[in-house]
Design a protein around this ligand. Structure first.
Ligand code: SAH
Length: 543
């Protein structure tokens, strides 16, 4: 089958700024050839078997030449075609059909992933020409370019009806083999003099020369200049100055590439329009200890508030030692009055078992009251087609018991006495709920649906180094097990390393566990949910 090469713009830094089409192709890619500045989080979206090839050219350290990259792309396409049985034609034959090279909708996919937009100073044009010359079908997926996005995240609109009628994208890194500048400095200076916007890419090294040339051609020394470094990422830094002092300011601040240099009147709007750097968690590094499968909501919400989020899962889920209790429970499902879920994971495991081992679905729960400990668990139930009969206001064992007791007293005379309850849950769960229920006269069956373990292969040394260097502001703990596992993972000096780091707890039970581990929580959620935890962290840093 014919392979297609897609020149995809990865966007300026924030991986969520990739286009929908770009992401779709990354998720279907057989091979991804990517550049420096492309986010790992985008590469994480590639299918499990995809081959990832780094072809970066960082700054002036040109360890890979453009010719080598072109050859690599062509070579990878040929490899994919051979793998999928495309008859190997001679190069001449392929070149002859170059003009007719059409995309084969089903063929293998090579994604050439480039920072920002592939055709804006990305050498995408050169790669496309090389592909065309080799008769390889290609498509271009434009991306959000840094010269526009980084200023936008810094509060600088590159045009404004009354202030700047044009924006010019310029390379600050000219071909060193040329003696004459390829830039039209008088024209650039004239634009700048009108207040229009000029964005220089790759210009940090050449900054003194850029500002000198603009001034020589008549731009005012007072013209505003801004540099935006690592734009659209949690490491974004903005420096605002004027043409005559920016070189000094940049040197003094030790401000390095990659940065976009913006010259123009709209920079003045930053005082009113800065938003990203003002997000409540901007500049804060937050470690999330949830499992990968569960962390999504939490991680996304923290990132929305500007945090630099590191995922260090301290918990993973595995099959329980035995399914005997769960299977027995499922077999007798119809005889229970209550089915109580204490985690979303428990819901998932219970229904997986119901389906795979018993060939049954949600209908098997008919006639049984279903309780969920909190909104996350209730959502997981909805995903299985079950609307929970009961969700307590207090998302703890104590709250669940009180809600069940109240519900039962309203509906049946004897309350919970004699009620039959099945609780599928973690093998090592707390005994509080079954105990309370039994004291109230209920007959409780516990069924291990999963086991929590400490995940293997996490980069603990990296985390320890970050903690020791004070590079972590906060760590979230969404359960007692994550707190315990985290301390076991980090080592016996975990509490000491946590000195000065805000431990953020989802609720009082987790806080209690943290205290037992010698860690005093700095933040405790008032609502014991992921949303409640995020609000509490935001409030902690906003005050
Ligand atoms: N094709 C890319 C540009 C590649 S040239 C695009 O469309 O954005 C590389 C230059 O882009 C860097 O030297 C820097 O000037 C700029 N750049 C890329 N990412 C950036 C970011 N996150 N913040 C600021 N500048 C960035």
């Amino acid at each position: 089958m014919r392979a297609t090469c897609y020149l995809v713009g990865a966007g300026p830094g924030d991986p969520s700024l990739v286009t929908a089409r770009g992401l779709d192709l990354i998720r279907r890619a057989d091979v991804i050839v990517y550049d420096y500045l492309v986010s790992d989080r985008l590469l994480d979206q590639a299918p499990a078997g995809a081959e990832l090839v780094y072809a970066g050219k960082k700054g002036f350290d040109r360890h890979v030449s453009q010719d080598q990259i072109n050859a690599l792309l062509i070579g990878k396409v040929r490899e994919l075609e051979t793998r999928t049985g495309e008859a190997v034609k001679s190069t001449a034959e392929k070149t002859a059909t170059a003009a007719a090279a059409v995309v084969d909708g089903d063929g293998p996919v090579l994604v050439r992933l480039k920072g920002g937009d592939p055709y804006v100073f990305g050498r995408g044009g050169e790669e496309a020409l090389a592909l065309r010359a080799a008769g390889i079908p290609f498509e271009v997926v434009p991306g959000v370019t840094a010269g526009i996005a980084a200023p936008a995240y810094a509060g600088i609109p590159v045009t404004h009806r009354k202030m700047a009628s044009s924006v010019t994208l310029v390379t600050g890194h000219e071909d060193p083999t040329r003696t004459e500048s390829s830039l039209d400095w008088p024209a650039l200076a004239a634009l700048v003099a009108r207040g229009d916007t000029v964005c220089f890419y790759m210009g940090v090294h050449a900054l003194p020369r850029l500002v000198q040339r603009l001034q020589e051609e008549g731009a005012s020394p007072q013209t505003p200049v801004a540099l935006v470094r690592w734009g659209t990422t949690p490491n974004q830094q903005t420096l605002v100055s004027t043409l005559d002092s920016v070189s000094q300011d940049v040197a003094r601040a030790g401000f390095l590439a990659p940065a976009v240099i913006v010259v123009g009147r709209t920079i003045g709007l930053r005082d009113h329009l800065s938003w990203y750097e003002r997000l409540p968690l901007f500049g804060r590094t937050v470690v999330v200890t949830r499992s990968h499968t569960q962390a999504n909501g939490l991680v996304g919400r923290l990132r929305d508030l500007g945090a630099d989020v590191r995922e260090v899962p301290a918990i993973a889920f595995e099959e329980p030692d035995s399914h005997a209790d769960l299977d027995a429970g499922i077999e007798r499902l119809g005889t229970y009055d209550w089915l109580v879920f204490t985690s979303a994971n428990g819901v998932q495991r219970f229904f997986d078992r119901l389906r795979t081992t018993f060939g049954k679905d949600a209908r098997a729960l008919a006639g049984v009251l279903v309780a969920a400990i909190g909104p996350g668990t209730a959502r997981a139930l909805l995903g299985q087609g079950i609307s929970a009969d009961l969700v307590p206001d207090d998302y703890r064992a104590e709250g669940m018991f009180a809600a069940m007791r109240d519900y039962a007293t309203c509906h049946v005379e004897q309350g919970l006495a004699g009620a039959r309850v099945l609780i599928p849950r973690a093998q090592e769960a707390r005994e509080t709920l079954p105990q309370l229920l039994r004291e109230a006269g209920a007959q409780v069956d516990l069924a291990a649906a999963y086991r929590t373990v400490i995940p293997e292969g996490g980069d603990v040394e990296d985390l320890r180094a970050a903690l020791a260097a004070g590079r972590v502001d906060a760590i979230t703990f969404t359960s007692s097990s994550t707190a315990r596992n985290f301390c076991r993972m980090v080592g016996p000096d975990a509490a000491a390393l946590m000195e000065g780091v805000a431990a953020c707890s989802i609720g009082p039970i987790t806080s209690q566990t943290l205290r037992e581990l010698d860690i005093e929580p700095a933040v405790e959620a008032a609502r014991y949910t992921v949303g409640g935890l995020v609000s509490a962290i935001r409030d902690h840093y906003q005050t």
